[in-house]
Each structure stands twice: as C-alpha cells, then as structure tokens.
Design a binder for this molecule. Structure first.
Ligand SMILES: Nc1nc2c(c(=O)[nH]1)N[C@H]1C(S)=C(S)[C@@H](COP(=O)(O)O)O[C@H]1N2
Ligand SMILES: [Mo]
Length: 163
C-alpha cells in the first residue's frame, strides 16, 4: 500500500493494529503497512469452507516465520530441540483463533510457507488487519482474518501434565 493511502486510512481511524506478545525479547505492535518491511511472498490459494464452498484468493505478505523471528522468541537458536515446545496462538478481532506449533513454520522442521497477509485479491488489509494464509490447508478455517493478536508461548511442556 502507498504511504499516502496508509496515512489517509490512519487519519480516518481505519488502521487495525496487531499485537505480538508472549515469550519474546521484543514484543511488538504493528499495522498492516508495517508488514511491508519484510520480503513479500505471494500465494494463490483455494480452500473449502463447510458453509460457503470453495474459495479462491490471492494473498501477499511476509512469512509469519520472518515476522515472529524478529520479535526474538525465547529459545536457544543453537539447540533445535529447544524450539519444539513453542506454540503460536493467532486470534482474530472476532475471537476466532487457532494454535500452530513453532516447528510447523520453522524451515528446519515443517517449513510450512504460512503468510501474514497484507493484501487480499490486491486489496490492502490495513483497515481490518492481516490474514493468516496456510497454502497447504484444504479447509479455510485457519485462514484467520482481522488478526489482532499473536501470542508466542514457550511454556508448553507435555511432561508437566498428566498423561
Ligand atoms: N476472524 C475470522 N477469520 C476466519 C473465520 C472467522 O470466523 N473469523 N472463519 C474462517 C473460515 S471457517 C473460512 S472458510 C474462511 C472464509 O474465507 P472467506 O471469507 O473468503 O469465505 O475464513 C476463516 N477465517
Ligand atoms: Mo469455513
């Protein structure tokens, strides 16, 4: 999105904000136009919705992995096993949410090319907030729109619970 359009939206109070919190060295607050600071990727996706059938969309934006890595997750990068207990909870402003594992998007593990999309079918998402895009998902349910919060949680340990 152009700077002038972003500024106009901000003046009109139509720029959604996303907070990224959790076990991070640098928790962040950002808008959709801030997402243009990372390398942009494109994804043409088709997903099925249980109620509205098959949808086709084109999204652009940074990799979720790139954005979250810059917030400094509290794991030891030299020890790959240390990342395996990290969860990523993604929430839309309407309360719809889903949990991913860090390993799912980590290039050393699942490497899923999950996007934090800044545009949907060439329309900037500044007013509503970014959308999660999972090109490998057959179902649309995790394509969370209007994301207002992402929480990275390294506290999960299966060993601390009863099996
Ligand atoms: N914030 C939010 N995102 C959401 C949902 C929702 O209820 N809230 N529904 C999901 C479901 S079930 C589907 S199928 C897709 C729908 O995408 P569409 O609006 O392009 O059909 O959005 C997903 N993202
Ligand atoms: Mo759906």
């Amino acid at each position: 999105m152009s700077q002038s359009l972003a500024a106009a939206d901000r003046a009109a109070g139509q720029v959604a904000e996303l907070v990224i919190t959790g076990d991070l060295a640098r928790p962040a607050r950002m808008t959709v136009s801030d997402l243009l600071a990372w390398p942009q990727h494109q994804a043409e996706v088709a997903f099925e919705c249980a109620t509205s059938g098959i949808q086709h969309h084109r999204f652009t934006g940074p990799l979720l992995h790139d954005v979250l890595t810059d917030t400094g997750p509290a794991f030891d990068l030299a020890r790959r096993k240390d990342r395996l207990r990290f969860l990523i909870a993604v929430r839309g402003a309407d309360g719809h949410h889903a949990v991913l594992s860090w390993a799912e998007i980590d290039p050393d593990f699942g490497g899923a090319p999950v996007l934090l999309a800044a545009t949907l079918d060439d329309t900037p998402l500044d007013p509503v907030g970014p959308q999660l895009v999972l090109p490998q998902d057959r179902c649309g349910a995790r394509h969370i729109s209007g994301i207002d919060a992402i929480r990275v949680d390294g506290g999960y340990s299966a060993m601390s619970r009863a099996w």
